[in-house]
Design a protein around this ligand. Structure first.
Ligand SMILES: Nc1ncnc2c1ncn2[C@@H]1O[C@H](COP(=O)(O)OP(=O)(O)OP(=O)(O)O)[C@@H](O)[C@H]1O
Ligand SMILES: [Mg+2]
Length: 500
């Protein structure tokens, strides 16, 4: 590609240089032809001055040496040296004509010095003698010889002018030829380059673009041609490496997801079986501990009574644990019973379920208007209830304040439950969503609530997380995809207070 562009540029440059040379040659030839014409014209003027010298001397003698007849002679004598120099300068590039011009100048000088000056002084002294001399004198012969030399010079210059004119015209033809040739070559090169670009550049680039579109639509098996050794080959190979790496990552993710689903299913099954199997022996322990308490408590000393109370409390806790474990293993299985649910109503239901605890803690529960979303109402109610119950539970304040709000983000609704409780160490923010993870041991509970919330929210296609710092309260956020909500289900305007 780079080589082709370089060759094209060189070709155009070469044609351009040839064209410049041809045009310059044509211009030089034309200039020389013009100079030859100028030399002939200068020669003509000098010849006329020479004739003026001769006719001036003749007129002077014939008129009986009347000064007025000598004027043409005087003017010609004064003018001819400069005219001779001009002629010599104009024929300098023609050696033959240059020699002839010098000869002419010499002859005119001789004519003036050796003939005209003596003749004029003779006419001044002895006009009759002068008249007889001029009839048979050498003046006209000399002038005739000079005119012959002029003829020779003119012939030489004319031949040169003709030669140069024909040279100029042939160079003009060459220049036109180069121009047309260059144009044809240039157009052909552009055509060839266009075809080359269409075949070698546009087509492969289109193939890569089509491959990219297939990849964008999820077909990661798309590949681009990668055999070439130029930049387009590099592009194709880079594209193929990217597609192969994406394909590999997708396969890896699919394998990991399958593995995760399998191990989750195993875990759920294990939890269900274990908790179910534990129920029977626990029931036996509970029954016999109850009988022991009812029939034999009075027979036990203080230590025995303490031990018995520990057994009874332990069985209670065990029962709660098994119940929670079973609930956790059941949540998030099967089809969701989705329906459009006004979240305001779910919040009211959760608040009713927690009414006793809200009253007991003198808590204030407020909320913004909440939207209607497509969810499983029972499960979402459980999420709200768990979060509210935590907000009430993990508060040192006498009158905890809890606020529920919702905001629409691209593609999802985000619900937030904010409290002014004990807050959470950000380093524990992920751990608290694991089953049975609890921070501190002071409050009641098994540590399953948030794990269940996470399972439900993720089953709905959302996420759940917490923000907060120890002592500054916490905000639990969870999202529900916006595909489950619609425009007309947006909440009404003003925030609504749901007091306790
Ligand atoms: N609003 C909150 N403020 C401060 N800490 C919290 C809050 N919510 C949860 N936590 C911390 O996260 C832990 C896990 O909460 P989770 O709801 O899973 O369990 P739990 O409330 O202790 O027991 P359960 O919900 O099973 O009755 C809690 O023990 C507590 O330490
Ligand atoms: Mg809880």
């Amino acid at each position: 590609m780079v080589v082709a562009s370089g060759a094209f540029a060189l070709l155009i440059a070469a044609v351009f240089v040839l064209l410049v040379f041809a045009i310059r040659g044509q211009r030089d030839s034309a200039n020389r032809a013009i100079r030859a014409q100028e030399a002939i014209s200068a020669g003509n003027k000098l010849e006329k001055l020479a004739i003026d010298l001769e006719t001036g001397v003749r007129g002077y003698v014939a008129s009986g040496a009347k000064p007025v007849f000598l004027e043409p002679y005087s003017a010609a004598r004064q003018a001819y040296p400069a005219q001779a120099r001009e002629l010599e300068a104009l024929v300098r590039d023609n050696p033959a004509a240059s020699a002839t011009a010098q000869k002419i100048t010499g002859s005119i000088n001789d004519y003036v010095d050796l003939y005209s000056i003596p003749m004029i002084s003779l006419a001044n002294d002895k006009i009759d003698v002068a008249r007889s001399v001029i009839v048979n004198g050498t003046g006209p012969q000399r002038i005739q010889a000079i005119r012959g030399q002029f003829q020779q010079l003119f012939n030489s210059e004319r031949a040169l002018a003709d030669k140069r004119t024909s040279q100029a015209s042939s160079r003009a033809s060459v220049a036109v030829g180069f121009g047309i040739g260059g144009l044809v070559i240039g157009l052909s090169a552009v055509l060839v380059l266009a075809i080359y670009l269409a075949r070698s550049v546009v087509r492969p680039v289109r193939e890569v673009a089509a491959g990219a579109e297939r990849v964008a639509h999820g077909d990661l098996s798309a590949r681009a041609p990668d055999q070439r050794s130029d930049e387009l080959g590099d592009l194709g190979r880079a594209f193929n490496t990217m597609a192969a790496s994406l394909e590999h990552s997708r396969d890896e993710v699919a394998a990991r997801t399958a593995e995760l689903e399998r191990s989750n299913a195993e875990l759920d099954q294990f939890a269900a079986v274990t908790s179910h199997d534990l129920k029977e022996p626990l029931q036996t322990v509970t029954v016999f501990a109850g009988l022991l308490d009812r029939d034999y408590r009075e027979l036990l000393d203080d230590s025995g009574k303490t031990f018995l109370d520990s057994i009874l409390a332990g069985t209670d806790r065990m029962r709660t644990l098994i119940r929670d474990l079973l609930e956790y293993s059941r949540v998030g299985h099967g089809e969701l019973q989705r329906e459009p649910v006004p979240m305001d109503e779910l919040l009211d239901r959760a608040r009713d379920n927690l009414a006793g605890r809200i009253a007991e803690k003198s808590a204030t529960l407020t909320s913004d208007p909440l939207p209607t979303v497509d969810v499983d109402p029972k499960q979402l109610c459980q999420v709200l209830q768990n979060l509210l119950s935590n907000a009430l539970k993990f508060s040192d304040d006498d009158a905890p304040e809890v606020h529920v709000s919702a905001a629409l983000f691209p593609g999802e609704w985000r619900f937030s439950v904010r409290d002014n409780g004990i807050g959470i160490d950000p380093r524990q923010a992920e751990r608290i969503f694991q089953p049975f993870a609890r921070l501190g041991a002071s409050k009641e509970g098994t540590g399953i609530g948030l794990a269940i919330c996470q399972k439900i929210v993720e089953h709905h296609g959302g996420r759940i997380w917490v923000e907060g710092r120890p002592g500054s309260g916490s905000v639990f956020h969870f999202t529900i995809p916006d595909s489950a909500s619609t425009e007309d289900r947006r909440p009404a305007t003003a925030p609504a207070g749901v007091g306790a």
